[in-house]
Design a protein around this ligand. Sequence first.
Ligand SMILES: NC(=O)c1ccc[n+]([C@@H]2O[C@H](COP(=O)([O-])OP(=O)(O)OC[C@H]3O[C@@H](n4cnc5c(N)ncnc54)[C@H](O)[C@@H]3O)[C@@H](O)[C@H]2O)c1
Ligand SMILES: O=C[C@H](O)CS(=O)(=O)O
Length: 489
Amino acid sequence: MTIRLTNPALLRESAYINGEWVQARSGNRLSITNPANGEHLASVPDMDAEDTRQAIRAAEAAWPEWRARPAKERAGVLRRWFDLVMQHQEDLASLMTAEQGKPLAEARGEVAYGASFIEWFAEEAKRAYGDVIPGHGRDKRIVVIKQPIGVVAAITPWNFPVAMITRKVAPALAAGCPVVVKPAEDTPLCALALAALAEDAGVPPGILNIVTCSKDRAPQVGEEMTTSPVVRKVSFTGSTPVGKLLMRQASGTVKKVSLELGGNAPFIVFDDADLDAAVAGLMASKYRNTGQTCVCANRIYVQSGVYDEFVDKLKTAVGKLVVGPGLEGETHQGPLINQAALDKVRRHIADATERGAKVVMGGQAHALGGTFFEPTILTDVTQDMLVASEETFGPVAPLFRFETEEQAITMANDSEFGLAAYFYSNDIRRIWHVAEALETGMIGINDGIISTEAAPFGGVKESGLGREGSRYGLDEFMELKYLCLGGMR
Ligand SMILES: NC(=O)c1ccc[n+]([C@@H]2O[C@H](COP(=O)([O-])OP(=O)(O)OC[C@H]3O[C@@H](n4cnc5c(N)ncnc54)[C@H](O)[C@@H]3O)[C@@H](O)[C@H]2O)c1
Ligand SMILES: O=C[C@H](O)CS(=O)(=O)O
């Protein structure tokens, strides 16, 4: 399949190290396919630990000049990168839909969302403020300064091939750090296109490096990233099991680690909710990227008094979803990323129905075949089912029934995950009580879409460490240094 691009130069089939477009030392390559039809799109280098060492060395060598630049100059380079990304929004969206599968309209949205982090941190670069603190003695003066932490290793997932990279690279470059990125094996083309635009924007050689590799070589690339003494920061977005592994590996050299991990978002509808708004919010959260986002509603808890009405309204909304290849017409649901993802969706539905749940819509692989799946609604779901304890990562809405506010809170918090949660209510006392009681890093209140560059994105418990975006995101790539000036009388 040929991806139709206005600027064909954005389709890169080489990795990017030290400002050079290079092949793997071994000559190995991997094929990138379109999840909508399994067709070959392109191939990229299948790099290994030695290639990764080259990239880390390039980042280390380039760092002094970049950190010495005034923040305003770094900001200017980031601003030019933002402008170029937005100028090429359509091509980046086409690359994304081709390699990841999301509908083109969603892909355009993600490019703009990803670009917003570049724009945001172009501004934040100039606000890495320190402190002057009253001294602890007559002759003492205290100053606190912020300095870039050093070489950053970033490992990113397939589901948001632009935004998950810019959400790390933009603050790192703004802080004055060089970055080595390992994108997901399914979606390297967006990463390479971003690097091409960063090069055009004036990001110097060695400051941004893209190491592409297969799933089989990811462990050795990741081990090099997490054990190299040159790397001072690891920023990972992906599954909780892999996050735990990388955290263990990074502990040997006491690296600073940011982890954006798995979710299991509860979505609670109280009996005083605006049900039409709640259905709209659930549609936005649950079926976005065909259910393949870390903040998708994963468990839907509906108070018994409005349960049947809510089910009817949701069925009407889900019935309007159009399933199909993301580059062909106005579609709302694309393919799942691979067969394993489809098998997990099937496993969750089978487990739920075996334990008493009912399929009131969908429930089967789509007639289109491949990894397309019917948007699905389950009712009479209970806490003992896999859909309650595991992240489904597919277009399945499991509806649980609850009686009291405290019961909803208890069920919602019954998870090792704590990324996002959502609830709908118009009672301000209930809103404050539930918001303070839910064990998550982010909460949508009467809203199903919460992600923005202006707010701190991240989770608690086994959903991660640290925050991305917002004014907090820059500090993840900086170190505080305390200066005590004595004899100052
Ligand atoms: N919290 C967030 O912001 C966020 C965002 C997107 C996805 N996610 C989570 O990511 C998961 C889905 O993404 P995924 O399937 O790509 O996750 P994944 O953990 O399988 O892969 C993520 C990245 O880690 C790499 N990787 C895998 N094993 C590795 C190893 N041993 N060493 C080094 N790198 C390794 C992969 O190649 C990929 O680049 C879901 O759990 C989702 O919730 C979280
Ligand atoms: O899948 C995880 C992403 O972080 C979701 S979002 O695009 O940030 O909402």
